[in-house]
Design a protein around this ligand. Structure first.
Ligand code: ATP
Ligand code: MG
Length: 274
């Protein structure tokens, strides 16, 4: 079998879950964390998966990332079934589909500078020193950090928002097709969160990156995303363009989530006008 994953572009979705179910064994039986979910994520868009705590968002994310096996169903990447790929194919998949998680601090070695962390992140990729420095500079630039300053900093010298940006830069160094951010901004305070969300939008606009943004906060989802998927109890209960979900929600659960963010329509208008 070829070591390379065939990533010939196709016209369909970049990433899909097809009838994906995840059950966990618990005392006295099992729970269904993700229940027969099918969803397509289209290239070059920001797609939000939103739902309350325990609705199955991270479980779905881990299966999409091939970090957790499915109980049943398929994960498709660029038209290819990747549910059971292994070895070199899986490593290539993990290059193409990068993740950024919630707590950036715990993802750093406190004794390593940003520059060192980013170099190590490249692992076995064969790049000359010069090209590696250039790549680090470019990727720090993409996330709005000044490379000359940032490379010498240690984690404790960075704000939460800056650490989060470094994590995104590290993911970008792999030249991914998809960036999955699971509650990546929930540790940040409000102003930093907006700028982190703007970074993700810039990546979509400037690099054509597909961003999968997972959050319990429908306000953030609607601010950022082109399309929104709403999960409740392991099921997708609503999906659509952000405008459709905000202005014409079909599902009662979506309506309840939206009712908790009274100024959402106003802030969406601000985003569009400005
Ligand atoms: N490893 C596990 N073993 C048993 N149950 C699990 C496991 N992981 C998740 N669950 C359960 O699956 C359900 C979905 O969890 P999941 O972490 O996917 O939710 P979530 O939507 O990401 O929530 P949050 O917003 O709090 O991050 C929950 O009921 C959770 O308790
Ligand atoms: Mg979660």
């Amino acid at each position: 079998m070829s070591e390379q994953l065939d990533t010939t572009p196709t016209t369909g979705p970049v990433l899909s879950a097809v009838n994906v179910t995840k059950q966990f064994r618990v005392a006295g039986g099992h729970i269904t964390a993700v229940d027969d979910v099918s969803v397509d994520f289209h290239a070059g868009k920001v797609l939000a998966v939103v739902g309350e705590s325990g609705s199955g968002k991270s479980t779905l994310a881990r299966m999409l990332l091939r970090l957790m096996p499915v109980t049943s169903g398929q994960i498709m990447y660029q038209g290819k079934d990747v549910t059971h790929i292994k070895g070199g194919e899986l490593r290539k998949y993990w290059t193409d589909v990068q993740a950024v998680f919630q707590d950036p601090f715990s993802s750093f070695n406190q004794f390593f500078s940003v520059g060192h962390t980013l170099r190590r992140g490249m692992g076995r990729q064969h790049l000359s020193e010069e090209n590696l420095d250039q790549l680090i500079e470019t990727c720090l630039g993409y996330v709005g950090l000044k490379p000359a300053d940032a490379v010498h900093k240690y984690p404790h010298q960075l704000s939460g928002g800056q650490r989060q940006r470094v994590m995104i830069a590290r993911a970008l160094m792999m030249n991914p097709k998809v960036l999955l951010a699971d509650e990546a901004t929930s540790m940040l305070d409000a102003s930093l969160r907006v700028s982190a969300l703007n970074v993700l939008q810039d990546l979509r606009d400037n690099l054509g990156l597909t961003v999968l943004f997972i959050t319990h906060d429908i306000g953030q989802a609607c601010y950022l995303a082109d399309e929104v998927v709403v999960m409740e109890h392991g099921l997708i209960v609503e999906r659509g363009t952000t405008d459709a979900v905000i202005f014409d929600p079909k599902n009662d659960y979506t309506k309840r989530l939206l009712a908790d963010v009274p100024d959402l329509k106003g802030s969406l208008k601000v985003r569009k006008d400005g």
